[in-house]
Ligand binder design. Structure first.
Ligand code: AKB
Length: 319
């Protein structure tokens, strides 16, 4: 097998920080180049790291050629809440960035490309419970519009240019090693930090805002499993539904209270509540389970236990 050289674009974000560590285990640290537009933080400072802006196409192409890249994980994107505040930039980064990467895949005959989609591709007219793989999709956020358009571009490049591009529709991702930025599901990360530091949290969603969610370890595993699957098993070339758990703010608060009995949650919903209401409450991921044997490991109870066990050490190190 040809030696792989993996480029991760947008590696400094919530998913990138943890995915890079997963990729180190599979391909070796020397074969993974983490890049972002900002200087590295935390664990990424020990990685092979370079500044790279996916919007600068010539720089991107030169970088791929010089480093003999064989696979790209393109994670750089504006998320749902930030996208509503700066829609033109969200379109520019989320679309032009993806097209630069797909064109690079053609130009340099890359072996594989990974690009994340999201539950944001669905909209208020989508069936909300157990949302099917193929269904009505009329997203109302600019982020969701870019993700749906991106899915169509991926399938187009696969069919017409032979690019082996693979994708997952992530639910809200929850981890404690790095913080998310600009998403609607971010509350489910912030709540752990606030529970430990202040024993209280003011939530920007309503108590019963059910959303699909996933612990970061499962998200990293799903991503690498999909990328390692034989090409013929990857039957969906737009993006796969994947799911692990569904909960609302009241559920996660109750779970945290089992460990921190004096934790209190209050609610002050803002514009993100409307975004949450436009998204599914739960997802049918049977295509991923069937095609490449996807199976999550964590539910709400095991994830909460794990985070509350490890996060205090991290907070103590930072203090
Ligand atoms: C967001 O909330 O914008 C993201 C997502 C669900 O894609 N976490």
């Amino acid at each position: 097998m040809k030696k792989q050289k993996i480029l991760v674009i947008g590696a400094g974000g919530q998913l990138g920080t943890e995915l890079v560590q997963g990729l180190w285990k599979v391909y070796g640290e020397e074969n993974v180049i983490a890049t972002d537009i900002k200087d590295p933080q935390g664990i990424l400072t020990r990685a092979r790291f370079e500044i790279l802006d996916v919007l600068k196409q010539k720089h991107l192409f030169d970088f791929i050629q010089k480093n003999e890249i064989t696979q790209i994980y393109h994670l750089a994107a504006v998320l749902s809440a930030t996208g509503e505040k700066n829609p033109k930039f969200a379109w520019h980064l989320n679309m032009d960035g993806l097209i630069h990467v797909l064109d690079a895949a053609v130009e340099f005959k890359l072996e594989k490309v990974y690009w994340p989609s999201s539950i944001a591709v669905f909209g208020p007219t989508t069936p909300r419970h157990n949302t099917p793989q193929d269904t009505v999709m009329s997203p109302t956020t600019i982020y969701g519009i870019t993700k749906l358009a991106g899915e169509r571009w991926c399938e187009w490049y696969y069919r017409n240019k032979g690019v082996d591009v693979r994708s997952l529709r992530y639910p809200g991702l929850i981890g404690y090693k790095s913080k998310p930025g600009g998403g609607t599901t971010d509350y489910a990360v912030d709540i752990f930090f606030k529970a430990l530091t202040e024993k209280k949290y003011e939530c920007f969603l309503k108590p019963d805002a059910y959303l699909p969610m996933m612990y970061m370890d499962d998200a990293v595993k799903a991503t690498i499993d999909l990328m390692e699957a034989p090409a013929e098993k990857v039957k969906v070339r737009s993006s796969y539904n994947i799911s692990a758990m569904s909960f609302c703010p009241a559920d996660i608060a109750a779970e945290i209270k089992k460990h921190i009995p004096d934790f209190e949650i209050t609610y002050n919903p803002d514009f993100r509540q409307q975004i949450a209401e436009s998204w599914p409450a739960s997802i049918d991921d049977s295509a991923a389970r069937m095609d490449w044997h996807w199976k999550p490991q964590f539910d709400l109870a095991s994830m909460t236990k794990e985070i509350l066990q490890h996060l205090p050490h991290l907070l103590a190190q930072e203090a």
